[in-house]
Design a protein around this ligand. Structure first.
Ligand code: ATP
Ligand code: MG
Length: 353
C-alpha cells in the first residue's frame, strides 16, 4: 500500500466548499484503486486565521509543511478581512518561493457540454508550462526623478538554469502527450531576454529529437489560441506570457471555475502545491453553487504527480461525462450544487472500476 501525506489548506471563501468535496473524490479514488491511501492533515490557515493571530500562518508553518508529500490548497483571499497583498504574500507566495516551486502547470481543455467563445473548440487541449520564479515578475528596477521627468525601470531576470528547467519540463511533458512543444517568444521586440530565451530553446530541443517544435511571438501565439487552437500541445512560456495565456485558456474553457493548476518543485527538496486557478469568489460564498471541477481537476494533477496517471485520466474522463450529461453548477449553465457534482463524480468512479 502506497501512502501519500497531504497537507490540506482549504483557505478562504469557496476554498472551504470545494476542498472538502475534492477530498471525498480523492478518498473514492483510493477506495477503487485499492493500493493507495491518502493521509490528509488539514490546516486552518486563512484570512480568518489572520484576524485571530495577526498572521496568515504560524511562524513554523513552512517547517510543518515541508514534511508533507504535497500541499492541496483551495483559495486565499478575503478582502473584507485582510488586504489581498498581505494575504497572498503571507501564505501563497511565501510557499511558492520558499519551496522553490519554479514551474506552474496549467492545462486547458475543452469539455463537451460547455459553452466556449470559440466556434470550434473541440481540438482545444493544451498545457501551459509557465516559468514561476523569475522573468518579468522581478523586484529589480526602480523609479527615478520626479514630475515630468519621472521614469520607471523594470528589469526582467532570465537565468539559464531557470529557463532550461522550464523547457526541459515542457519537453518531458510533451513526450507523454502528443509530442509537440511551442515556445512563446518575443525576440523581435524584446532585445536581450527573448533572444536568450530562443537560444536556450534551440539548445534544449536538440536533446529531444522525437519532439516537434514551433516558436511564435506571443502576440501571434495569443491570436492562434482563438484561430488555430488545434496546433498546440505543450506551450512553454515566461512568467508574464504564461500568466496571460492561461487566462485566455480559462476563458476558452468556459469558466474560471474549472481551470486547474500546480506549482511544481523540481529539485525534490520541498513539496509541490496544487491549487486551482480561481480565487475565493466572495460573491458566491455560502450558496453551495461553487464549481468544484477546478479543484477536483487539480486533485487529478496531484494524482499524476504521485505517479497515478491511469486513475487520473479516468477521473478526467468522468468529469467530462458528468459535465456533458448536464450535471453542472450555475457558472457553466447548470442547476446542480457543488455537492451534487462531486457526488456524481464519486458515484461514477465507483461504477467504472
Ligand atoms: P483572486 O483575486 O483570489 O485570484 P478574484 O477575486 O480575482 O480572485 P475569483 O475569486 O476567481 O477572482 O472570482 C472571479 C469570478 O469568478 C467571480 O465572479 C466568482 O464568483 C467566479 N468564480 C470563481 N471561481 C468559481 C467557481 N469555482 N465556481 C463558480 N464561479 C467561480
Ligand atoms: Mg480576489
Amino acid at each position: 500500500m502506497k501512502k501519500f501525506e497531504v497537507a490540506v489548506i482549504p483557505g478562504d471563501g469557496i476554498g472551504k466548499e470545494v476542498v472538502p468535496v475534492s477530498l471525498k473524490v480523492l478518498e473514492t479514488v483510493a477506495e477503487v484503486h485499492g493500493g493507495i491511501k491518502f493521509d490528509f492533515q488539514s490546516f486552518p490557515w486563512s484570512s480568518d486565521y489572520y484576524v485571530e493571530h495577526g498572521k496568515m500562518m504560524p511562524d513554523d508553518g513552512l517547517k510543518i509543511l515541508k514534511n508533507f508529500d504535497s500541499i492541496f490548497l483551495g483559495a486565499i483571499g478575503n478582502p473584507a478581512l485582510v488586504q489581498d497583498h498581505i494575504a497572498l504574500w503571507g501564505l501563497l507566495i511565501k510557499i511558492r518561493r520558499e519551496f522553490e516551486q519554479s514551474i506552474n502547470i496549467r492545462p486547458a481543455k475543452y469539455f463537451k457540454g460547455l459553452k466556449s467563445p470559440l466556434v470550434n473548440p473541440n481540438d482545444f487541449d493544451l498545457i501551459v508550462v509557465r516559468e514561476n520564479s523569475e522573468g518579468e515578475y522581478s523586484e529589480v528596477g526602480g523609479r527615478i526623478h520626479k514630475g515630468d521627468d519621472e521614469l520607471a525601470i523594470q528589469n526582467a531576470i532570465f537565468t539559464k538554469k531557470g529557463t532550461e528547467r522550464a523547457m526541459h519540463y515542457a519537453f518531458e511533458l510533451a513526450k507523454k502527450r502528443r509530442g509537440h512543444v511551442t515556445s512563446a517568444t518575443k525576440s523581435n521586440g524584446i532585445f536581450h531576454s527573448m533572444p536568450f530565451w530562443d537560444e536556450v530553446f534551440n539548445e534544449v530541443k536538440e536533446e529531444y529529437q522525437d519532439v516537434q517544435t514551433a516558436s511564435y511571438h506571443i502576440d501571434a501565439l495569443a491570436a492562434f489560441f482563438l484561430t488555430r487552437p488545434q496546433i498546440f500541445d505543450v506551450i512553454v512560456a515566461s512568467n508574464l506570457f504564461g500568466d496571460i495565456l492561461t487566462d485566455i485558456g480559462g476563458a476558452i474553457m468556459g469558466s474560471i471555475g474549472i481551470a486547474p493548476a500546480a506549482n511544481i518543485n523540481l529539485n525534490g527538496k520541498y513539496p509541490s502545491m496544487f491549487e486551482p486557478v480561481h480565487g475565493s469568489a466572495p460573491d458566491i460564498v455560502g450558496k453551495g453553487i461553487a464549481n468544484p471541477i477546478g479543484q477536483i481537476w487539480t486533485a487529478k494533477m496531484m494524482l499524476d504527480h504521485f505517479g497515478e496517471e491511469e486513475l487520473g485520466s479516468k477521473l478526467l474522463d468522468i468529469i467530462e461525462d458528468v459535465t456533458n450529461d448536464g450535471i453542472k453548477t450555475p457558472d457553466i449553465g447548470g442547476t446542480s450544487s457543488t455537492e451534487e457534482v462531486a457526488d456524481e463524480i464519486c458515484r461514477r468512479l465507483k461504477k467504472a472500476v
